[in-house]
Design a protein around this ligand. Sequence first.
Ligand code: ZN
Length: 325
Amino acid sequence: MGMETTRLFQRCLLLLLLLVGHCVLAQRPDSPAFSVVPLGVKGGLDEGNLSAYLVAASGSTSYVCLDAGSVYSGVEKAVARKVFTGSAGEVIRNNIKAYLISHAHLDHVAGLLLNATDDSPKSIYGLSDCLKTIQNDYFNWRTWPNFGSSGNPPALRKYQLQPLTPGQETALENTVLSVQTFVLSHGKPYQSAAFLIRSQNSYLLYLGDTGADAIEKAPQLRNLWQAIQPLVKAGQLKAIFIETSYANVQPPAQLFGHLTPALLMQEMAALSQLTGAAALRGLPVVITHIKPTAGNETAIKKQLTEANSLQMKLIFPEQGQLLQF
Ligand SMILES: [Zn+2]
């Protein structure tokens, strides 16, 4: 080989190496921080598939259950999809270490209530108003036996009801996770909650049912966006779980504290004002609580996809199908 040819060959080789290196780096995904198993994804009607999401640190089998509309039927689906080995009952007793309940509406607690008899002792975390409703209106020996730890005797003490203080970080027992809680408005003055789950330096945000600030005439979501914006900018927030119950056709007076695609995008625009639009590009946004009435689901998916100028990664979860973030 002549001198020139050798030099040319070396340059080509260098270029090729740089190119390969770049592709490898560009395509290497960050290793996931969270495993999520949706146990229920709908916002009504389908009583075997109502809001409930298992969350664990990646590699761990110790989950917390965010809301508990459907538990047993969701775990059965996950077992069928080989996400868990063992029976649904074993998974509920052994792998669910605690429940976090955003609000006490039946479509968020029915699975917990119906499985209480066969569950293992654990904690239920929530805002104190939500826990009071669970204790006084369900665990009272009238609507259901008292599986709680106070209230109408005898208290069976299956569950420790542990109030969460907004803005304060609380370690979630028997897991490596902790939570910070935010108050949401779900048809004023009714309160719901958002849970910011932390595993080491990574975060996942789950919102229970919520209306938009503009409709609720409340600053709750603005306060939440303000609190999480540094995490979004730093790439530490791995996913947002947020509801879209109704399509845009729903009149504002009949939203009952829920979001539409237009209102969700309005709120995401408010967040992007704080973070810059680039920080939201590719951010996984998991759409929860879609009401499965005729045409509603299709309309919501279409309207969200068309309005996604921020280029977030919209995810429509399926019952029992593992997600990683
Ligand atoms: Zn609700």
